[in-house]
Design a protein around this ligand. Structure first.
Ligand code: NAP
Length: 251
């Protein structure tokens, strides 16, 4: 077998966990491409690590296809697709609208489907591939006030498990990583939301979120990135359809 392309595409690669993943794969010598909706963070990250970037909303399949056309022209066929883009909206179940839950499913599930399926032909052609998703502890257990997010992140695992079985004979694996609370802009928004809604101090808000992690700390973005790098390695060739916890043993 010839060596497969080492082109990795990371959605949401301009900030937070996605930026750490982009940096980690770049340092490991991969051709890195990043996708997101805002050009500015993508451009900044692209310059910092020498990555290609394209602006696209992962919920829009035509936009994802267009972005991949540009990125393939720069970095070749995509053999590693990391679906990291995601969003979390906090609202009590009693007052959630259909639009609220649809928006959670769109970005967190359909977004994963779009990038994975759009990269499938490249992986089949290269006879090698890694479909990876940044899921969550919210894929493995429930949390109050984020039922839409939990439903969507559980859905990511269902998708991962089914796809892993369909592609197992093609040298293509599908796996998900399930982090606890990671120190990123998304977490900062949650902390601010708790402070505003409850009037508690920042310290109490952060301690409350850390309480679920037996290590009593936030996960660092590079810890998620390092796990994905391992899943993309030759050594993880038989790891398929798994939900890998990166959460201090919370679940
Ligand atoms: P973040 O800092 O808010 O980053 C999310 C990234 O996704 C941004 O770069 C954003 O860029 C991109 N994105 C969001 N919606 C998008 C869309 N529709 N199309 C394209 N890109 C989109 O959050 P993060 O904490 O790094 O989250 C990354 C992943 O980790 C998410 O899937 C999240 O659910 C998961 N996760 C996070 C935590 C945590 O505590 N932080 C815990 C467990 C799992 P644009 O806004 O420019 O599009």
């Amino acid at each position: 077998m010839t060596n497969p392309s080492r082109h990795v595409v990371i959605t949401g690669g301009g900030s937070g966990v996605g930026a750490a993943i982009a940096e980690c794969f770049s340092q490991a010598g991969f051709q890195v491409s990043i996708i997101g909706r805002r050009k500015e963070p993508l451009e900044k990250m692209g310059k910092k690590i020498g990555a290609a970037y394209a602006v696209a909303d992962v919920t829009d399949r035509a936009a994802v296809d267009g972005a991949l056309e540009d990125l393939r022209a720069k970095n070749g066929p995509v053999t590693i697709a990391i679906a990291n883009a995601g969003a979390a909206v906090s609202k009590p179940f009693a007052v959630m609208s259909q639009a609220d839950i649809s928006s959670m499913l769109d970005v967190n599930v359909t977004g994963v489907f779009n990038i994975w399926q759009a990269c499938l032909a490249d992986m089949m052609q290269e006879n090698w591939g890694r479909m990876l998703a940044v899921a969550s502890t919210a894929s493995l257990k429930g949390y109050p006030y984020v039922s839409g997010y939990c439903a969507a992140k559980h859905g990511v695992l269902g998708l991962t498990r089914a796809v892993s079985l369909e592609l197992a004979k093609k040298n293509i694996t599908a796996n998900a990583v399930c982090p606890g609370f990671v120190e990123t802009p998304m977490l900062e928004a949650s902390v601010v939301n708790i402070i505003e809604k409850t009037g508690m101090s920042r310290q109490s808000a952060e301690d409350g979120l850390k309480a679920g992690n037996p290590m009593k700390r936030f996960i660092q973005p590079h810890e998620v990135a390092d796990t994905l790098l391992w899943l993309a390695s030759a050594g993880a060739a038989s790891v398929n359809g798994q939900a890998i916890s990166v959460n201090g043993g919370e679940v």
